[in-house]
Design a binder for this molecule. Sequence first.
Ligand SMILES: O=C(O)c1ccccc1N[C@@H]1O[C@H](COP(=O)(O)O)[C@@H](O)[C@H]1O
Length: 194
Amino acid sequence: MEAAVAAGADALGFVFYPPSPRAVTPEQAAQLCAGLPPFVTAVGLFVDAAPESVRATLDRVPLDLLQFHGDESPDDCAIYGRRWIKALRMRPDIDLAAERARYAGSAGLLLDAYDPARAGGTGRCFDWDRIPPEIAPDIVLAGGLDADNVAEAIARVRPYGVDVSGGVEAAKGLKDPNRINAFMQGVRDGDTRR
Ligand SMILES: O=C(O)c1ccccc1N[C@@H]1O[C@H](COP(=O)(O)O)[C@@H](O)[C@H]1O
């Protein structure tokens, strides 16, 4: 967390999805959030979580933004009265314009690779050419990004933001400060090529 903040990350994600190797408890997340500077956004990631479980987390952790990474409907996402974003996994038949209209109440959309066997954090890219240019400036691009491809991703897609998990890890669930620094350098390089 300290490495990400020092390197200039705008937001940090806390995974409240028990099957994930990155999952944290509300208690762990609350401790970590207490150390965040004021202008770094604390994002809570949920996957088809029961509302009472999300509420229990919100009671304990000062999250600024909720990221819904499952099959939550717009109503499911909105019931907490918090700002939220919707992760869309890039199924072959997805209609991004229709999904954007459907999730109009979101603060933004995050696009991730689709793997029928996993909810996310696949470490895989999808074909960025599938993102219509008129939608790109509003989306957070995710899925298989790392220090080697993030500059190209930013230069080609021109998204609002990028999100990374596995690409800055030394092993599953173990973030690596050197990879974080290299990734953030890639982000700056991509920004200059936009
Ligand atoms: O990180 C996870 O384990 C995870 C589990 C379930 C849903 C989403 C998850 N992570 C998010 O997936 C994308 C892409 O991750 P990666 O860079 O390809 O590893 C990102 O938003 C993660 O926060």
